[in-house]
Write a protein that binds this ligand. Structure first.
Ligand SMILES: Cc1cc2nc3c(=O)[nH]c(=O)nc-3n(C[C@H](O)[C@H](O)[C@H](O)COP(=O)(O)OP(=O)(O)OC[C@H]3O[C@@H](n4cnc5c(N)ncnc54)[C@H](O)[C@@H]3O)c2cc1C
Length: 402
């Protein structure tokens, strides 16, 4: 059965997050973006609104809603600004859902519950200065000693680096396997900011997501307790890919919201600006740009909702999620470029939001698997070179009332 109606719960999430964006983000975002200023109070406000644990079961401190609700929250947050959606991507997509799925009961109590309640913020450390797409090219190491692992390495381009309380970091527990590029030598660890040897910093001069925090996490002889390993030794690569399955979903839904923001801004402007004695919305070439925004928005939304539906059912969704991410990010980049075009010179200035949309749209074709990596994935699925075998522990299906 196909049912495209939103439940009352979905409509309520949409309204809650839309109102949040209107009240807490839109009046301030131009200044924050100009000043490259991350507003830490936004985390408290997101927590108070129950958004930081939206799809985490209530027994672990979350709101207990489904994965479609997570997508709606991402879409509507990015409608206001990409930096808001990035918070959900790393905090829920890349970490909380990994703790929910792979964490021991003790790890869930210690790390998931405070994250779901918004008391602690999570981030994800995979990328390094010399390796992003090439995950097995990372160099960070985790050497086992008596009662702990010693982590060393540099994590780069990490969202919320200077803000998060905990980082899910991937490192080599088997150096021989690192030399052979065998991913079964990688493991995943929950690293607390307060552990000795953890240093972070912020990257300035970014093209986009300027109201967000992005930086580096340096690990120097960091002693991480054995019980902070997520999953088993050697499962780091699989856990990282699992995290990306959830993170890409949030990026796809967010990019859809960005396309809608471009569409709404362009429609409004086209009905007020006149050239050649008529509103620019009357010109066919302007209509074409708006039409592409409509098709981009609608198709992107269908793709991420399909991925969310599969997640709700506990079904395999890596291929569908990656396709949604690729398509929605491409659509958002085109919509943002066209929105600047519709605004003419005014689109070139931050008097209007479309230049921010344009700069923000670029990042999503890079992070959580570049456009090229997504294309390769889809071709490999089609050619039969890649088949989803599932993970030892799948994402829990949505249990209403849980
Ligand atoms: C704003 C922002 C936030 C981020 N947040 C995080 C975070 O929270 N945590 C984290 O771990 N990382 C994060 N990243 C890092 C991001 O995930 C990586 O930048 C991304 O995976 C690409 O890696 P790279 O930059 O090393 O590019 P590279 O891997 O060096 O790629 C360079 C170019 O080569 C292409 N390329 C690479 N390999 C192939 C191939 N096999 N075939 C064809 N083309 C190829 C790529 O598509 C790209 O165009 C963030 C990045 C940004 C910009």
């Amino acid at each position: 059965m196909f049912d495209f109606t939103w439940t009352e719960e979905h409509k309520a999430v949409f309204k809650l997050v839309q109102d949040f964006g209107k009240k807490e983000v839109l009046p301030f975002i131009r200044e924050r973006d100009r000043k490259e200023q991350f507003d830490p109070t936004i985390l408290e406000k997101l927590g108070e609104a129950d958004i930081l644990g939206i799809c985490i079961p209530s027994k672990y401190g979350g709101a207990g809603l489904d994965y479609i609700s997570l997508g709606i929250a991402c879409q509507e947050l990015e409608y206001a600004d990409t930096s808001l959606r990035v918070i959900l991507s790393v905090h829920i997509g890349l970490t909380s859902l990994a703790y929910l799925t792979w964490g021991s009961e003790a790890q869930k109590q210690k790390y998931l519950v405070p994250q779901a309640k918004g008391e602690k913020i999570g981030s994800f450390g995979l990328t390094e200065p010399n390796a992003g797409s090439d995950v097995v090219g990372i160099q960070a190491t985790a050497d086992k000693k008596d009662g702990y692992y010693v982590l060393n390495g540099e994590k780069m381009w990490i969202s919320l680096a200077d803000v998060a309380d905990n980082f899910l970091c991937v490192a080599w527990t088997d150096r021989k396997k690192r030399d052979k590029r065998d991913h079964t030598g990688l493991s995943a660890f929950i690293v607390e900011r307060k552990f000795k040897g953890v240093k972070t910093g912020t990257i300035h001069g970014k093209l986009g997501v300027r109201a967000g925090n992005t930086g580096y996490v340096s690990l120097s002889d960091v002693e991480v307790p054995l019980e902070n390993m997520l999953g088993q030794e050697g499962e780091g690569f699989k856990i990282a890919m699992f995290c990306l399955d959830q993170g890409r979903y949030t990026v796809a839904a967010g990019a859809t919201g960005l396309t809608k923001a471009c569409l709404d801004a362009s429609v409004n402007y086209s009905k007020t600006r006149k050239t050649f004695n008529t509103f620019i919305g009357e010109h066919q070439l302007v209509k074409e740009m708006i039409a592409f925004m409509v098709s981009g928005f609608e198709a992107s939304q269908l793709l991420w909702i399909r991925a969310g539906w599969l997640k709700n059912q506990g079904l395999s969704n890596s291929k569908e999620t990656a396709l949604a991410k690729w398509f929605a990010c491409d659509a958002a980049e085109k919509a943002a470029s066209d929105a600047v075009q519709v605004f003419g010179s005014y689109g070139f200035s931050d008097e209007y939001p479309v230049e921010r949309f344009y700069r923000n749209s670029k990042g999503s074709s890079i992070y959580e698997g570049t456009r090229e990596i997504q294309k390769l994935l889809q071709a490999d699925y089609a050619l039969g070179y890649k088949v989803d075998k599932g993970t030892r522990i799948p994402l829990p299906k949505y249990q209403p009332g849980s």
